[in-house]
Design a binder for this molecule. Structure first.
Ligand SMILES: Nc1ncnc2c1ncn2[C@@H]1O[C@H](COP(=O)(O)OP(=O)(O)OP(=O)(O)O)[C@@H](O)[C@H]1O
Length: 926
C-alpha cells in the first residue's frame, strides 16, 4: 500500500510552502502599472506564440507588453521602473528573439550576467558576455560578428572604455542591433543607492546607437533618480512606465530578538522526522560577520544545512557558498549584506533579518530577493535596540552621518510602527504619507493582529484602544534633556532621571526639580521612552567631532521643544515593541497588541495563506489528503532529479524548471512527452521540455511502478474490477486446488473436467487478481516469448486467438495463448484505470511493438474485453464437448451476444468484431 501519512505529517506538509505551490495556479497577480502613456495595442497570436515557445509564458504582464510593443513596433526609448521580480529581463530579451536581431545589455554585476547568459543558453537563446576580466574574448567577439548571439551582455566599464566604444561602433555598423538595455539604471545616479561611476558615462550609448531604442530598467527610482537616468542616457521622448513598488506576495513581520536565537528562528521552521527545516530556500541577514558565523553554527548544531557568507571570507569560499545556495545544495545562507545583488534565484521563501537594517532602501532591496517567482514568501526581522548602537557607530565613520542617521530613523520607525508595514514602505518610497491601504490577510504582522481578535493580550497601563499615554514620561525625559543642556546621550539622561549619585551627573544638575523623578521606572523603560521620542523626532541626534574622535549627543527636536512648551500637552500613542515588552500582561481580551509571541501571527498567516491562496474547490481531488501526500512525494522526487540534472549540466536548478513547473508536473502526472507538451505548463519552454522532459517523466513512471508494486494487484482489481470477470464456486474450487500446489493436470484429473475448463477457471481467478504465475498455467518463459513474438508479428493485436495461433508453432496451444492474452488484458485494464503495472509479473511487455496502446486506441477496453471473452468462448467451444458448455459460467450468455451481434449494423466496429468472433465459433479452427 502507499505510504500513508499521519495527521502530524500532513500538518507538516501543510505548513510547508509546497502547499502554497500546490494550491497556487502558475499565474500570479502583479500590480498594474501606475503611469501609462503607451499605445493600447494587444499582443498578436504570433507575439504570444513566440512568448510561449521561447520563454514559456502564456501572457505578458501588463507593463511588459507595453514596453516590448513600443520597442519592436515604434523603436521608442523607455524608462521602466518595475518592482523586483516583475519580469524586467523579458522586456529586453524578447525584442531580439522576436526581431531576429541583437540586444546589447549593460548590467552592473558579472555574476548576474553570467547567470542570465547561462539561463538563456539553456533555453536555446544564444547569449554571451563581455567584461574586462572575461576569458576567450577574441573568440566571443569573432562569434558576435558571425551573428551567433541574440543577446550580448557587457559591463559598464567595458562598454565605456576606449576598446569597448570602438567595438560597439563596429557592432552598430555591421550588425542588426535592435535594442540597447541598461539594467539597474539607478546605478548612474548619485541620488540612488549603489552609485557606479562608470554608469555615469553611459551617455555614449545614445551617441553610438542613435537610431536604436534604449531601454533603462530599475526597481527603485525616486523622481530625482528618474530625471538623472533620462538626462545621463539622453533618452529621447521616453515612454516612462512604473509598476509601483508593491510586492503583494511578500509578508512582513517584525519581532524583538528573544533570549535564544534558535527559538526565534524556530518560529519559521517546521519539524519533519525530528529534523527542523525552513520551508524553502532562506537567507538570514546579519549586521556583523561574527553573527553570521554564530548563527550558522547554531543551525549546524541542529543539523540544518547552511553556509555563511561575508566579506571576511576568501573570494573562493564566498563563490562556493553562493553557488551551493543557488544550486539548492544548501537551503540556508547566513550572510551580511555583502551577499547582495546578483542573486537571481526565484524561489527564495524567507528573508530573515537577524538584526535591524540601517535603511528602508537597503531592507527593501534585500527582501526583494524573496519570492521572485510570485509565490508567497516571508520577510521577518528580529531586532533589538542594541542593533542601532552598531549602526550609529558605523554611521559616524561614514562621510555623511546625518544622511545615514535619517535613514536609520526611518528604519526604527518601520520597526516600531503599529500600522501596516507594507503601507509604511510604499509610502516611504512613493513619498506619500497619505497612502492608506486596506487591512488584509497575509500582508504583515500588524494587519494579521488587527484581523485576528481571538488571541490577543491586553496590558496594564494601556487604554481600551491599546494605547499608552506617553505624556508624563515624555515630559520628564525631554525635561531631563533640557536640564542637562542637550549635551549627553540617552544613558546619562536616564541616570539623571533615576537620581544616580554617580559622578556622571554633575553636582549642579542634582538640584534640578526633575532629578530623580523617574527612579521608580527601570533603565530599560527610559531607553524605550527615548527610543519612542527619537522615532517621533522629539529627540534628535547631533554628530559631534573632536579631532579624530566623533560621537553623538541627543538634543531636543523642534517637535520636542514645542511639546515641552505647550500648556496643554498630550501624547497618546500605540506603544513601541520594546515598551510592550516591559508592560505587565493583564487579561485575555479582544485587543490586537501582543508582541511577546513572535511569529504566532506568522503561523496563522501560513495557515491563512493556504486557505486564501487556495484555488482548489472542495471537490478538487488535490484536496484529498492521500492525493496531497502523493503529489508532494512526486514533487520531492522531481526536485531531487532536477538537482541531479542541474549538477550534471553545471547550471542552476531553476534554469531547468521552476518549482511551480515541477509542482504542476506532479499534479498533472503526464505519462508521455506529448502529454507534457499538451499541458502547456506556464514557465516550461519547449526547449526545456525537449531537454529535460523525459527525465521528469521517468521520475513519474518510476514512482508509479514502485507505488503500483507496493499495492497487491488483488486490491486494485477489487476496487477496479475487470468488467467480464466472474468467479463462480466451481472456479473457486479449481483455484483452491492450485493454491494447494496441484498442477493443472492434477486438477483436471481430480475434478474430472476438461483441461480448458480448468484453465478458464484459473483465468477468472487471475482476473480477480489472485496471484497465479504463467508457469503454473503451463506457460514457460520460452512459450511466453514465442506467443509475445507472434502477437508482435501480427501487429500487436491480441484481441483474437486464432490469428495468433496461426503464426505460432503448432505445439503452442490455445490454452497457452489464452493465458498470455489474459495477462495482456489485465495489464490493459490496469492501464485504463490509471494503475499501470509497468513490470506486471515477470512479463517483458517491451518486446511487444505496441499491443496495448494499439488496442487501447482502436477500441475501448470494454470492447477488447468482450472480444477476448468471445475468443475464449470460441476456443472453449473448440475444445470441449457440447455438454460441457452448459457447465460454463451462466453469466456468459453466448446466445445473447450472438443475437445482439446479428441485430447490429456491420459497420459498427465493435459489433463487427463480435460478429467476426462468432464466425470463428461457427467454423472453429482445427
Ligand atoms: N510574462 C510572464 N509570465 C509569467 N512569468 C513571468 C513573466 N515574465 C517574467 N516572468 C517570471 O518572473 C520572474 C522574475 O523575472 P525577472 O528575473 O525578469 O525579474 P526582474 O524584474 O528582473 O527581477 P529582479 O529585479 O529581482 O532582478 C522569473 O521567474 C520569470 O520567469
Amino acid at each position: 500500500m502507499m505510504d500513508s501519512l499521519d495527521d502530524d505529517q500532513l500538518n507538516e506538509c501543510f505548513n510547508n510552502y509546497e502547499q502554497n505551490l500546490l494550491n497556487s495556479s502558475s499565474e500570479t497577480d502583479f500590480p498594474q502599472e501606475m503611469e501609462n502613456n503607451a499605445e493600447n495595442e494587444s499582443p498578436s497570436s504570433k507575439d504570444l506564440e513566440i512568448l510561449f515557445k521561447k520563454f514559456g509564458h502564456k501572457s505578458f504582464r501588463p507593463m511588459q507588453w507595453k514596453i516590448i510593443n513600443s520597442i519592436i513596433k515604434h523603436k521608442r526609448d523607455n524608462l521602466s521602473i518595475m518592482a523586483t521580480g516583475y519580469g524586467k529581463s523579458l522586456c529586453f530579451q524578447y525584442p531580439s528573439v522576436y526581431l531576429g536581431g541583437i540586444t546589447i545589455v549593460i548590467s552592473p554585476l558579472i555574476s548576474l550576467m553570467e547567470d542570465q547568459v547561462l539561463s538563456l543558453n539553456t533555453s536555446n537563446i544564444p547569449a554571451c558576455l563581455l567584461g574586462t576580466a572575461q576569458q576567450n574574448q577574441t573568440q566571443t567577439i569573432r562569434e558576435i560578428f558571425e551573428h551567433k548571439y541574440s543577446l550580448i551582455y557587457l559591463s559598464p566599464e567595458y562598454s565605456t572604455g576606449d576598446y569597448g566604444i570602438d567595438l560597439l561602433k563596429d557592432m552598430h555598423k555591421k550588425l542588426n542591433i535592435v535594442l540597447v538595455a541598461v539594467d539597474e539604471a539607478h546605478c548612474l545616479s548619485s541620488w540612488g543607492h549603489d552609485f557606479r561611476s562608470s554608469y555615469r558615462k553611459l551617455g555614449t550609448l545614445k551617441d553610438i546607437f542613435c537610431d536604436v531604442p534604449i531601454l533603462a530598467v530599475t526597481a527603485t527610482a525616486t523622481p530625482k533618480v528618474k530625471c538623472d537616468i533620462i538626462k545621463v542616457l539622453k533618452l529621447s521622448n521616453p515612454q516612462i512606465l512604473y509598476s509601483g513598488f508593491d510586492r503583494p506576495n511578500l509578508y512582513f513581520e517584525v519581532n524583538l530578538k528573544g533570549s535564544n536565537i534558535f527559538s526565534d528562528l524556530k518560529c519559521l521552521m517546521f519539524q519533519k522526522n525530528g529534523q527542523w527545516i525552513f520551508n524553502g530556500p532562506t537567507i538570514i541577514y546579519c549586521i556583523r560577520r561574527k553573527d553570521t558565523e554564530e548563527i550558522s553554527q547554531i543551525l549546524k548544531n541542529h543539523e540544518i544545512d547552511c553556509v555563511s557568507y561575508h566579506a571576511g571570507i576568501s573570494l573562493k569560499l564566498r563563490k562556493e557558498a553562493h553557488s551551493s545556495f543557488v544550486r539548492d545544495e544548501v537551503s540556508v545562507i547566513v550572510a551580511t549584506i555583502a551577499f547582495g545583488m546578483g542573486i537571481d534565484k526565484p524561489d527564495i521563501r524567507n528573508i530573515i533579518h537577524y538584526g535591524a537594517s540601517n535603511s528602508i532602501e537597503g531592507y527593501y532591496q534585500e527582501v526583494g530577493r524573496a519570492g521572485r517567482d510570485g509565490l508567497f514568501s516571508k520577510c521577518v526581522t528580529f531586532y533589538s535596540n542594541q542593533d542601532f548602537h552598531t549602526h550609529d557607530f558605523l554611521s559616524q565613520q561614514s562621510g555623511d552621518p546625518s544622511k545615514k542617521l535619517t535613514k536609520i530613523d526611518a528604519m526604527k520607525e518601520y520597526l516600531a510602527t503599529w500600522k501596516c508595514r507594507r503601507q509604511y514602505i510604499l509610502a516611504y518610497f512613493e513619498d506619500n504619507s497619505n497612502l492608506d491601504l486596506p487591512v488584509r490577510a497575509n500582508c504583515c504582522d500588524n494587519c494579521s493582529k488587527k484581523l485576528d481578535t481571538s488571541n490577543s493580550t491586553i496590558y496594564e497601563g494601556l487604554d481600551s484602544l491599546g494605547m499608552y499615554d506617553y505624556t508624563d514620561d515624555a515630559t520628564n525625559f525631554l525635561s531631563a534633556v533640557k536640564a542637562l543642556d542637550e549635551s549627553y546621550g540617552v544613558g546619562v539622561y536616564t541616570l539623571f532621571l533615576k537620581g544616580s549619585q554617580g559622578s556622571k551627573i554633575q553636582e549642579k544638575y542634582k538640584k534640578h526639580p526633575k532629578y530623580g523623578v523617574g527612579r521608580n521606572k527601570s533603565v530599560d523603560w527610559w531607553k524605550a521612552i527615548a527610543n519612542y521620542l527619537e522615532i517621533k523626532k522629539f529627540l534628535i541626534k547631533h554628530s559631534i567631532k573632536k579631532g579624530t574622535f566623533s560621537y553623538f549627543t541627543i538634543g531636543l527636536g523642534k517637535d520636542g521643544n514645542q511639546f515641552l512648551n505647550s500648556d496643554c500637552r498630550k501624547l497618546v500613542d500605540y506603544p513601541t515593541p520594546d515598551l510592550v515588552k516591559l508592560l505587565k500582561k493583564k487579561t485575555q481580551a479582544s485587543k490586537w497588541i501582543d508582541t511577546e509571541s513572535p511569529s504566532t501571527s506568522l503561523n496563522k498567516v501560513i495557515k491563512n495563506d493556504i486557505n486564501v491562496n487556495s484555488n482548489l474547490s472542495e471537490e478538487d481531488e488535490n484536496t484529498n489528503p492521500e492525493n496531497v501526500a502523493e503529489i508532494l512525494k512526486k514533487y520531492n522526487k522531481l526536485l531531487n532529479r532536477r538537482r541531479e540534472l542541474a549538477s550534471a549540466a553545471n547550471i542552476m536548478p531553476y534554469m531547468i524548471a521552476s518549482n511551480s513547473v515541477l509542482m504542476e508536473i506532479a499534479k498533472k502526472n503526464p505519462l508521455t512527452l506529448k502529454h507534457l507538451k499538451e499541458l502547456q505548463i506556464e514557465g516550461f519552454t519547449e526547449t526545456q521540455i525537449n531537454k529535460f522532459g523525459d527525465h521528469f517523466l521517468k521520475v513519474l513512471s518510476d514512482n508509479q511502478s514502485s507505488k503500483s508494486n507496493d499495492i497487491p494487484i488483488k486490491d486494485i482489481l477489487e476496487s477496479h474490477p475487470i468488467g467480464n470477470s466472474t468467479f463462480n464456486s466451481t472456479a473457486e474450487v479449481s483455484y483452491s486446488h492450485l493454491k494447494k500446489g496441484l498442477s493443472i493436470d492434477e486438477i483436471v484429473d481430480s475434478r474430472k473436467l476438461a483441461r480448458s475448463t480448468v484453465v478458464n477457471h484459473l483465468i477468472s481467478a487471475m482476473k480477480l487478481g489472485y496471484p497465479i504465475k504463467m508457469s503454473q498455467l503451463g506457460v514457460s518463459d520460452d512459450v511466453k516469448n514465442i506467443i509475445v513474438q507472434a502477437i508482435s508479428d501480427i501487429g500487436g493485436n491480441w484481441s483474437y486467438l486464432k490469428p495468433i495461433k496461426d503464426v505460432c508453432p503448432e505445439d503452442i496451444t490455445y490454452d497457452q495463448i489464452k493465458v498470455v492474452c489474459t495477462y495482456l488484458e489485465i495489464r490493459a485494464h490496469l492501464q485504463n484505470v490509471g494503475k499501470p503495472y509497468i513490470e506486471f509479473e515477470d512479463f517483458k511487455y517491451s518486446q511487444l511493438n505496441t499491443p496495448l496502446s494499439q488496442s487501447k486506441k482502436t477500441e475501448s477496453a470494454k470492447d477488447v474485453n468482450n472480444d477476448l471473452l468471445s475468443d475464449v468462448i470460441a476456443e472453449m467451444q473448440n475444445q470441449i464437448s457440447k455438454e460441457k458448455i452448459d457447465s460454463l459460467d451462466s453469466n456468459v450468455n453466448i446466445q445473447d451476444k450472438f443475437d445482439k451481434c446479428n441485430d447490429t449494423e456491420v459497420d459498427d466496429p465493435p459489433a463487427k468484431k463480435l460478429k467476426q468472433t462468432f464466425s470463428v465459433l461457427d467454423s472453429p479452427p482445427r
